[in-house]
Ligand binder design. Structure first.
Ligand code: NI
Length: 191
């Protein structure tokens, strides 16, 4: 993977797959902003870019903590690496980190075909708010807030759901939800 201009390189973490119990658990508040948290965030960003995905919540790497990372802006280009393998060339990184986020307002509705690194191969339309207001802490523990719309808003809502123990397939119709739950349980049994 070509990580030029990406200074936050870390270790790749294993992404937990649905229906692992950690994905259904309400995550705990982050209280320790020490080196362990800095390392976790770096590794989560590295893992997200490596996947490649646009968002990753701590429960997805087995850490039941209220935190997620996302980047809805970076460019991905398929390429062949020096070993002749298919790879991605990534550029224009704009990583964002949300610690102890709280959605404090919303407006409008939108639907988008969502996917999730913990639910590989499933893409379904989910109804979300078009815009949200989010309060959160940054890596230093300072309080910040922002107004997000479109992709950023959708991604924040998807990742925030992970902190509540909700995977996006839970937001589908009962028919689809049950279909995917059975399919994922079977796949897990086969692993
Ligand atoms: Ni997800």
């Amino acid at each position: 993977m070509n990580l030029e201009k990406y200074e936050l390189a870390g270790d790749e973490l294993e992404i937990v797959k649905y229906p692992d119990p950690v994905l259904s658990k309400k995550a705990s508040e982050v209280t320790d902003f020490g080196p362990g948290l800095q390392k976790l965030v770096k590794d989560m960003l590295f893992t997200m870019y490596h996947a490649p995905g646009i968002g990753l919540a701590a429960p997805q790497v087995g850490q039941s903590l209220r935190l997620f990372v996302l980047d809805v802006e970076y460019d991905r280009e398929e390429m062949t690496n020096s070993r002749g393998e298919d790879d991605w060339k990534l550029s224009n990184f704009n990583p964002k980190v949300f610690i102890n986020p709280v959605l404090t307002g919303n407006s409008g509705t939108t639907t988008y075909e969502e996917g999730c690194l913990s639910v590989p191969g499933v893409y379904e339309e989910v109804k979300r708010y078009q815009a949200v207001h989010v309060k959160y802490q940054n890596l230093k523990g300072e309080f910040e807030e922002m107004e997000a719309d479109d992709m950023l808003s959708i991604c924040i809502q998807h990742e925030n759901d992970h902190l509540e123990g909700i995977v996006f397939i839970e937001r589908l119709s009962n028919l689809k939800k049950n279909f995917y739950k059975k399919k994922m349980a079977k796949e897990k049994a086969a692993r």
